[in-house]
Design a protein around this ligand. Structure first.
Ligand SMILES: *[C@@H]1O[C@H](CO)[C@@H](O)[C@H](O)[C@H]1NC(C)=O
Ligand SMILES: *[C@@H]1O[C@H](CO)[C@@H](O)[C@H](O)[C@H]1NC(C)=O
Ligand SMILES: *[C@@H]1O[C@H](CO)[C@@H](O)[C@H](O)[C@H]1NC(C)=O
Length: 218
């Protein structure tokens, strides 16, 4: 009996110690779980913070697209009233990078000239090259004539337009470019530039089309 009482009589001390260690244990548990929650919240919001930072930085450093103007165009072959267009087509396009800090790398440029969906000339243009900020570069292209020949259905319409003194043409540039802000480099962007213009009897650009702004597409 007494032996049964004895432990219960002597329990207060160990019990007190046990209580203390338990509360210390719970306190540390609470601290741990609080720390875990903090860490967890931090790692959950970290991607969000990074994403927002990147978004804001990209807005600040967003590069402006280059501007293209057609300054001159010549297709002397159009003046020949018979046979295929066998002399080269040439053009002059001014290309303006208006960015303060962004460099533009032109990895490739390919030009095609169309008359009502018929390709009349094509070829690569001055590539690759790099354009510093606030720079205007003149793109000079010399394209190989492709047609139409007298046998093509577009020929009659084309010669009628030549005779009438106005041939509507479309110059298309297909570009692969990259923007570089300091060390950060965008991946390659594929763009298209389209210039609508008209040439006269001699195949030279009409004054109304000179310095016409070209349209950019992605
Ligand atoms: C191309 O056009 C620009 C702007 O009109 C002009 O300054 C430049 O002299 C031209 N270059 C050639 C080779 O025609
Ligand atoms: C363009 O070509 C189509 C058929 O290929 C023809 O019907 C149309 O009249 C042409 N338009 C012009 C402006 O030449
Ligand atoms: C524009 O950049 C090109 C290529 O780097 C360079 O040859 C040309 O001189 C620059 N033009 C101006 C006006 O700085």
């Amino acid at each position: 009996m007494s032996s049964a009482y004895l432990p219960s009589y002597t329990t207060p001390q160990p019990q007190h110690g046990q209580h203390q260690s338990r509360s210390r244990y719970y306190a540390s548990r609470v601290k741990e779980s609080w720390l875990a929650k903090c860490l967890c919240a931090f790692f959950l919001t970290l991607p969000l913070i990074v994403a927002v930072t990147i978004f804001v930085l990209s807005l600040i450093f967003r590069p402006y697209l280059p501007h293209f103007h057609l300054s001159s165009f010549s297709a002397p072959g159009l003046a020949q009233s018979t046979g295929p267009i066998n002399s080269a087509l040439s053009f002059n396009i001014t290309d303006r990078n208006s960015n303060h800090k962004t460099r533009i790398y032109y990895d490739s440029i390919y030009a095609s000239v169309f008359y009502n969906d018929t390709e009349i000339g094509a070829g690569p243009v001055l590539f690759p090259f790099y354009q510093p900020p606030k720079n205007t570069t003149v793109l000079l292209g010399t394209l190989t004539a492709k047609g139409p020949t007298t046998r093509d259905s577009a020929w009659d319409q084309l010669s009628a337009d030549v005779a009438a003194g106005q041939v509507k043409l479309n110059l298309k540039l297909t570009l692969v470019i990259r923007f570089q802000v300091k060390l950060w480099d965008t991946h390659q962007e594929h763009m298209q530039v389209e210039c609508d213009f008209a040439v006269g009897k001699d195949g030279n650009i009409l004054s109304q089309s000179v310095d016409e702004s070209c349209t950019l597409y992605f």
